[in-house]
Ligand binder design. Sequence first.
Ligand code: ARG
Length: 453
Amino acid sequence: MWKGRFQTETSNLVQLYGESISYDWRLYSYDVQGSIAHANALRSAGLISAKEKQAITRGLKEICKEIEAGDFQFKTSLEDIHMNIESALTEKIGDAGARLHTARSRNDQVALDTRLYCRAEITAIIELIAQMQQSLINTAERYQDAVVPGYTHLQRGQPVLFAHHLLAYVEMLDRDAQRLRDAYKRVNVMPLGSGALAGSTIVLDRKQIAKELDFPAITQNSMDAVSDRDYIAELIFDIALTGIHLSRLSEDVILWASAEFDFIELSDAHTTGSSLMPQKKNPDVAELTRGKTGRLIGDLVSILTTIKGLPMTYNRDLQEDKEPLFDAIDTIKAALAVFAEMIDAMKVKTENTRAAASDPFLLATDLADYLVLKKVPFRQAHEIMGQLTAYSLKHNIAFADLTLDEYRQVSDAFDPDVYRVLDIDTALKARKGIGAPSPANIAKQLKRWKRKL
Ligand code: ARG
């Protein structure tokens, strides 16, 4: 493509070092789409004839079909998807193909292709997030009465509904989807016409191109447009954070599936056995998701590091944006899809979760609240309950089995109605403030989410 200035061929090693066709081939449909819009603009400017435009469009569509059918010969010597397609087009239709790159550079071309690709993938990821949320909601609904201990520091804290725990992830995923929708706005800006860095002396109607490709906005600075990869960094961040949320859920699933917790049973279809230990049933999907999240964070660090030292404008370093981008998108899509399936098929051992949630100490806070309602200042109530906990541990007597006398030894604010507090269902029902896990609240939340999704 640049043979005019050069006397010797590019070294083989340099070709191999610099090629991106082995991975950017997947931009082909966007490259074709962008080139057709570009050809239309060339036609509108009178730079190609109607016939040439037709030949270009037909040729590009043929190439697209050949690639889809696996009949296209990608050439490493042609570096990337842009030059592979352009060269094949010129081979096909001759001169008209050679006119296509008028007033265009691969720098604005690759920016356009990548934005078109990101646009489609963001939409796909948002759909997968909704599917994952749906699985969490279905499971929450299936086990709407299940109670579990809620933890802080991985120490039992207070009882909650299992559904509340799952809905916490639905909230996180909702923010993830919001972030992606927001990132979409900045992706959805049309860069073609920026040329290599300074536009072109041949001025095309950028508005026409934007309209044809359904972009509501056009980049306003050609130098920024060819070197901006913020939208990629932002998208990978959004994906990495979604991965981090799945990774936290993975950790919960792994703990729950352990013999120590024994809260859930994952389906055979979503676990693996051991080649050595016959009894094993391993939560590999969750472990892999936790592991792959490390890669997502790596992808983010990779793109940020690529951008950070670049002088204006385009530098070849920017070709390194694609592998982390593709990897992040492929990884999160796979994780969301497989996780949704696993959560759908998961069984909750509700007797076990209830037994764990029936740990009497989980209601120590409720007893402190009880004292507060008897006009004891909270700090004192906290201390009283601390003493009662120590007493209960020392004598190995649960709160419910302590006599009223024993209660009164610690505080005379205790009355016979104290025993009414010591019921897990009462305790849950009482948590009826906005955002708290009373069964009525959870039912409302489930309804809200189902409507929303
Ligand atoms: N494959 C290149 C990339 O992904 C396309 C742009 C090449 N531009 C250039 N000036 N060499 O960045």
